[in-house]
Design a protein. Sequence first.
Length: 296
Amino acid sequence: MSKIKTILAVAMLLGATVASAANNLNIIVAGAKGGNIQLSSNLLANDAKNNLLNGQTISLTEPGNACRGFTEAVKRQDKETFLIPVENLYLANAQVKNDPLCPPPDLVRARPVFTEVVPFYLVARKTVRFADLKSRAVAIGYSSDGQLEKNWHQSMNQSFQQQHRFVGYHGTSDLINGILAKDIDVIWMSLPGFNRLEKTHPGEFVLLAVSSPETVTGTLTIATLLRNQSLTRVLIVTWWLFNEQNGQSLELSRTLEKLNQSGTGEWGRWAVGNKKEFLFDPKQQLKEFYGHPWSR
């Protein structure tokens, strides 16, 4: 009898261990330290600790940037279940680079959980007007130095009929430091990045243009201002779940959609407070992610 009890106890322990492993979801934070992707990942992990994700626990793998995150994903993409945020721009740059240190993950085994559409804004000091960019060359800052941004920059130069200088930085924080130090004249950045700049230096900077149509600020698009529709660009950030189990992606997506709608938990409050607009419908996410190519 004691042997039977022992066997049952071991079986229950193994079952609990397997269930615990299945309930833990690892997020590969494929973004720069201090950026929105890292912040969002930390908030999701905190909400999981507070039991707001239907018993789902979350652990983080933080390689430090997108390329290292992609490398980690490629190592695990054929066998492990994990969640990773992928920006269409960084994925396209990785595909163009063909660099073993920055391999593009294969999304064939992945399902979308939620997606954010992020336009870029052309930001300058309030003394600079858009017309100035047509009359003189300036230094324009970008949050990375990939080939696709350089191609976009060159296309804009042709429309501006100027030789504006391209300056690549490692993430939004470095980009902000660059314009504050007056190393660059204008920058392309997201609206949350502009809001960060506005909080520390209120009234000193203005929005000159936006990379794609939006309804938040009323800013004119770069395509409209330069009469060249091919200049339209938008950053699509989709959180992909690899090797899901039993409809895991849809369940997680629905849970996060409820948090977003109610402003519940740290992640939900952050999303509402920063006026985040997420997509949760799988078909719509796929349409957006694959419908805005950078390689034009």
